[in-house]
Every structure is written in C-alpha cells, then in structure tokens.
Design a protein around this ligand. Structure first.
Ligand SMILES: O=C(O)CCC(=O)C(=O)O
Ligand SMILES: [Fe+2]
Length: 387
C-alpha cells in the first residue's frame, strides 16, 4: 500500500501528484479550467485564449503538430509468437522485436489477444468518469491510498506551468482496488465501471507477462534473473484526458518523460493523434493504429538490459479540434526486489552500468531530487550509474 501510494507521484514525474487534502489556490485553478473545457468544449470565462498558467516559454512549445505523423512505427504481431512452434519463425519474430526496441523503443502490438469488448468497455467507462463534474471526481480521491483523481498541479517543466490534461490513477492492482475508488464516486452504481477496470486489469496483466517473456528472449538471458522482479509486479491503470485546447502550439498535454517501470502498454485514442516520441534527437508524432496496443520501453528495461534497449522519451500534445484520451497500463518490478542487469550481459568490454537498486530507491531519489527531475535535468536511473 505504501509503495502504491508513493508510486503515485513517481509515475508522472512531470505531471501529476495525488491531491492532498489541502488544496492550494493554484492547484484548484488548473482542474477547474480543464473541467470547463471538458463539459462545454470551451472556456466560458475568457475569449478562449489559453489561460496563462498553461503557456510555455517558446523553446519548450511543441514544434510538431499532433497530426504531422512520421510513419514507420514498427508493428509486432503477437500471433507469430503464440501460434508458431517453428524455431526459425520464432527467431525471426524475436529479431524483429529487438530491431524495434533498438530503433524506435516503441511499437504497436497487434493480435494481442485482449478482446475488443474489454477495451471498448474500459474506454466508455473512463470517458464517463472524466465527464463528471470536478467535485464528484474529487470524491474518488482517497488520501494516503493508491487510488485517485490526479489534478495537474505539478509542473511540465522548470517554468512551473501546468500540463493541459487530467488523469486518474488506480495504483497497485486495478483488479483489487478499483471498487474502493469507484464506490466513492458512484455509491449506488459503480459496478459497470469497476467490472470494466477489473477485466482490463487482468487482461493487460497477462499481456504484460507475455511481452516480458518475449523481452527476456530478446535479451537471451536466464529468465531466473527476473523471477523475483516479476513475482508481484507493480501495475497501474492510468487514464489521461486532454480537452480541446484553444492554443495547442503554446502548451503540452504532458511534458517530456520516460516511464519508470519495465514498460507501459498504451491504449491510444484511435481517432486523434497526440503521442510524440524523441527519436534520433527529434520529436516525432506517432500515428495511432486501430485495434493495436502500443508498447513503450521504460527505465527498468534500460537498466536490466545494460542500456542495450533504452527507455523512450515521450510527451503528449493537444489540438484545437477534438478532445483526446489515452489509457496507460504500467508494468513495473516487484517493489522490494533488486533491480539489476543479468550477469550474462556484463562483459569486459561492457562493464556493469548501473549498480543494483530497488523501487524504494527510485522513490527516495524522486523525493530528494524532485526539482532536477521535474526540470528534465536528471533521470532517476542515472543516479544509479556506476562511476
Ligand atoms: O497520452 C499519451 O499518449 C501518453 C500518455 C503517457 O505518456 C503516460 O500515461 O505515461
Ligand atoms: Fe508516459
């Protein structure tokens, strides 16, 4: 429970903090403005300019529009792993994943086995949640717990500006904890919401396990090294909502970051772009792929692969035409397990890059060096580098 609670603030370093009981005036401003946009599609209090607290300095503004896609995001067909007993086909598929991880650090997964109805139900229920008035959404917030509405009170960057989005997090285990959260928001009618999250949680957990097996095959290491790390993985359900934005080129929906876990499985909005990744030093827009689930490499894969497969820096941009939603599923190590790279990957030419650490160490660094992290000047895993 404690882990989950602390994790809340480390999942979106740049973006979200669980609201604490006392709300500051600044903290309240943000979701109220967003709430207005969600309900009405426009901000009734102004001439529809972006409120000042969201306007980024020019050098931090997105230069790439939400729909200026760079094509070529790799597509991995999971069927080629599950349906084939032919060793050479399997080997080809593994090499394809290795290439995708190396060149893009992100890929779309098709034939992933998660039923359409599960995804549709989750999308519908999270949309229903975001549409509620702010006061009702706030009821779902439980201080000191793993569940909560995340108002965007943290900074996108060093300039103390707010991201143009709101989010929910169900930490720990959506299957186990969502009812506690949902029953606060809908005391008499939370079953459809809870069931949708529970079903999604267990399907995505299974999918994450399968992808983790593939990654271990890609690394060609002893699976035993990951046993403890996978025993009680930390997972989180995290839906994001980005309202229509009056001036999308002056702000970000979500600032640049890497995800802290092994990886994230994202349900992108199929109709609206917004996810951008940093590739070869440039920001590029990813085109969503219908019926796919998008894999994003996180920090813990970077560490456990000895830096062979790097975490992908990504961000979300907004637009002035349509609201956008995305739903993240984070898959991270067992909080108490030691995170280290398998010994097979340590050689004379490539000595160990990171010293072993635990999720608790990650949380401690997050707390003690929060400013540098928010400013994008420090990546947590860099503090575990051996000198
Ligand atoms: O909305 C998106 O496409 C990105 C979301 C994201 O990066 C996250 O939830 O960590
Ligand atoms: Fe992310």
């Amino acid at each position: 429970m404690a882990y989950a609670c602390q994790m809340q603030s480390s999942f979106h370093s740049f973006q979200t903090q669980l609201w604490d009981v006392e709300l500051t005036a600044e903290a309240v401003t943000s979701p109220l403005v967003l709430d207005e946009f969600i309900k009405t599609g426009e901000y009734s209090d102004s001439d529809c300019r972006l409120p000042e607290q969201y306007i980024l300095p020019e050098q931090l503004c997105p230069q790439v529009a939400y729909n200026s896609y760079t094509e070529g995001t790799p597509v991995i067909d999971l069927k080629s792993f599950t349906m084939s007993d032919d060793q050479s086909t399997l080997q080809n598929s593994i090499e394809e994943v290795a290439k995708a991880l190396k060149e893009w650090r992100i890929f779309h997964v098709i034939n992933h086995g998660v039923r359409k109805e599960v995804i549709q139900a989750l999308r519908a229920q999270t949309a229903r949640l975001f549409k509620l008035p702010l006061a009702q959404k706030m009821l779902g917030h439980v201080t000191g717990s793993m569940l909560g509405y995340s108002a965007n009170e943290a900074t996108v960057t060093d300039c103390q500006k707010l991201p143009w989005s709101e989010a929910f997090t169900v930490m720990g285990s959506p299957e186990l904890h969502v009812r506690e959260y949902a029953s606060k928001i809908w005391p008499h009618d939370h079953d459809t919401f809870s069931c949708a999250c529970e079903e999604y949680g267990s399907c995505f957990r299974q999918l994450a396990e399968q992808i983790m097996n593939i990654l271990i095959n890609v690394l060609e290491v002893d699976p035993g090294h990951f046993e403890e790390l996978r025993k009680r993985p930390l997972v989180a359900l995290h839906p994001n909502h980005y309202p229509i934005c009056p001036e999308p080129d002056k702000t970000l929906g979500l600032g640049p970051h890497t995800d802290p876990g092994f990886f994230t499985l994202l349900l992108l909005d199929e109709n609206v772009g917004g996810l951008q990744i940093e590739k070869d030093g440039k920001w590029i827009a990813i085109r969503p792929l219908k019926d796919a689930i998008t894999y994003i490499t996180g920090d813990c894969i970077e560490v456990t692969s000895q830096g062979r497969y790097k975490a992908v820096r990504h961000r979300a941009v907004t637009n002035s035409k349509q609201p956008r939603s995305s739903i993240s599923f984070m898959y991270a190590p067992t909080p108490t397990a030691t995170i280290s790279c398998p010994p097979e990957l340590i050689t004379e030419e490539q000595p160990q890059i990171y010293r072993p650490f635990t999720w608790d160490d990650i949380l401690a660094i997050r707390k003690s060096r929060a400013t540098e992290i928010h400013q994008g000047k420090l990546r947590i895993i860099d503090t575990f580098m051996k000198i």
